[in-house]
Design a protein around this ligand. Structure first.
Ligand code: PFF
Length: 469
């Protein structure tokens, strides 16, 4: 029964691209990208992020789809099986383990933020923002996050929604939703872009996003940009591997990966082009942190005719986008649990849903009753002090640990495995031997991606400054 669900394939390559795009496009693009761009000073951060998508993200995306399609299992067993196939150590399965744990931890806080987006649907629909200024809108956000019960209630509903789809099996639940969702999301973003263009400080917003000023980005900012490239493409943790395991044999991995990355990047950039003109036109703070979109998007809708309708629709679509991503965050763990303990999909969903929900409480409380619990960590070398975390809340720590450490590390190991450990003939069986693209991909995967990830890690930890001193 369970074997059958593993082997059931997407009905076409197009559906795979939609599903993987559904995983990639989510809160990362619309909530996280603008907020961390704001915190890290704009243009230089965006440039590093784009370079990372191009030189590291796409090659690793291809590698991860390849692993999934060849192994056709959950990430842990997939790596164990593929390592054995190429005569390599079974310890490669630890990479699968790290991915499953990363997905689990990301979902725990992702669900809390998706809960914020859900809370904004009734806010918008009630018309409470219409005609209001940014002071009122700011206050509303602050009062939402300071209420532990409200946050937990929405977090609970979102976890139910996620585990409901998961319990039905990803394909059945997902294919239909995504077909309508992605186009609607995109059209709404274009409506918002039109607003920003007409009423926002558009040129100031664009120059914030696209004129790089490297004095504004720190080594930690570079690490965040790289981490975000992994986060936004759902890379380094096995989500794409599991989706790839449902991909038919004859579908092209290269063009699928390029389409997914392209859609994902366009959505993020458009979201940035919507948010920052509104920020500057209303004297808001670009570095406002995780609340940024909740403080800016309602400003636009409050002034727009039909804003109540479009505003509600926007947050509904955002919740859907988060939903299609959250499913992929936990699918690897679900498939593994079913396989390991021979439990049904339904049981696996309940167990994991409950565990993720419990850990998520910590993130929900970190915005209110546990806001005093903070962590600071820095490394002092003779080359100076390198701040890793400064007054970070539990939510910040979980985000840092997963996005900035676990996903890039997972991606690095995936690159090393496919480029150096897997037998060449197997790689050739999966990726078409295009005269230019194939060698370029191999080069990026073998040398560029691993070196870049290592350098960024060493830079953020101050090791580079220490060595070069
Ligand atoms: N890519 C998703 C987003 O941008 O919102 C988040 C995510 C999903 C990260 C799945 C990792 C993952 F495996």
């Amino acid at each position: 029964m369970q074997k059958k669900s593993l082997q059931s394939l997407w009905s076409s390559r197009f559906i795979f691209i939609l599903a993987a795009t559904g995983s990639a496009v989510g809160l990362g693009n619309i909530w996280k990208f603008p907020y961390i761009t704001g915190v890290n000073g704009g243009g230089a951060f965006v440039l590093v992020y784009l370079l990372c998508v191009l030189a590291i993200g796409i090659p690793i995306l291809m590698a991860e789809i390849l692993l999934g399609r060849r192994g056709r299992k959950d990430p842990i067993n997939c790596l164990k099986y593929l390592a054995a196939e190429s005569g390599k150590s079974p310890l490669w399965k630890l990479l699968g383990w790290m991915g499953v744990i990363a997905g689990f931890l990301i979902l725990s806080y992702y669900s809390v933020i998706a809960g914020w987006a859900m809370a904004y649907v009734p806010y918008m629909a009630s018309g409470m923002f219409s005609g209001q200024g940014s002071d009122f809108i700011n206050q509303q956000f602050d009062s939402l996050v300071s209420s532990p019960t409200t946050l937990v209630a929405w977090h609970t509903i979102f976890m139910f929604m996620t585990m409901f789809v998961i319990s039905k099996g990803v394909r059945r639940g997902l294919e239909n939703a995504i077909k309508y969702l992605m186009p609607t999301l995109f059209i709404l973003l274009l409506v918002l872009l039109f607003y920003s263009y007409n009423y926002g400080a558009f040129s100031q917003g664009l120059s914030f996003l696209f004129s790089p000023d490297f004095s504004k980005i720190s080594s930690d900012g570079i690490l965040s940009a790289m981490g975000h490239a992994f986060f936004t493409l759902s890379l380094g943790m096995g989500a794409i591997m599991v989706y790839g395991s449902y991909l038919p044999k004859d579908a092209s991995i290269t063009s699928s990966a390029i389409w997914i990355a392209l859609f994902d990047t366009i959505v993020a950039l458009v979201a940035g082009m919507v948010i920052f003109p509104i920020v500057f036109a209303n004297g808001l703070e670009a570095a406002a942190g995780p609340g940024l979109i909740f403080k800016t998007i309602p400003v636009a809708f409050s002034q727009m005719s039909g804003g109540t309708f479009f505003g509600s629709l926007f947050f509904i679509v955002l919740v859907f986008a988060a939903w299609t991503s959250s499913i992929s965050l936990i699918e690897p763990a679900v498939v593994w649990l079913m396989d390991k303990f021979s439990v049904t999909r339904f049981k696996a969903s309940i167990i994991l849903g409950f565990l993720v929900w419990s850990v998520g409480l910590l993130s929900a409380f970190s915005f209110n009753i546990l806001s005093e619990v903070t962590f600071s960590q820095s490394i002092v070398t003779s080359a100076g002090e390198f701040v890793i975390l400064k007054d970070a809340s539990i939510f910040d720590v979980l985000d840092y640990l997963t996005s900035n450490i676990m996903l890039p590390l997972g991606g690095l190991l995936i690159a090393l495995f496919v480029a150096w450990k897997m037998k060449k003939e197997y790689v050739h069986q999966e990726i078409a031997a295009h005269p230019i693209i194939f060698p370029a991909w191999q080069f990026l995967l073998k040398f560029v991606a691993p070196t870049a990830v290592l350098i960024v890690f060493m830079n953020a930890l101050g090791i580079l400054a220490f060595i070069m001193k």
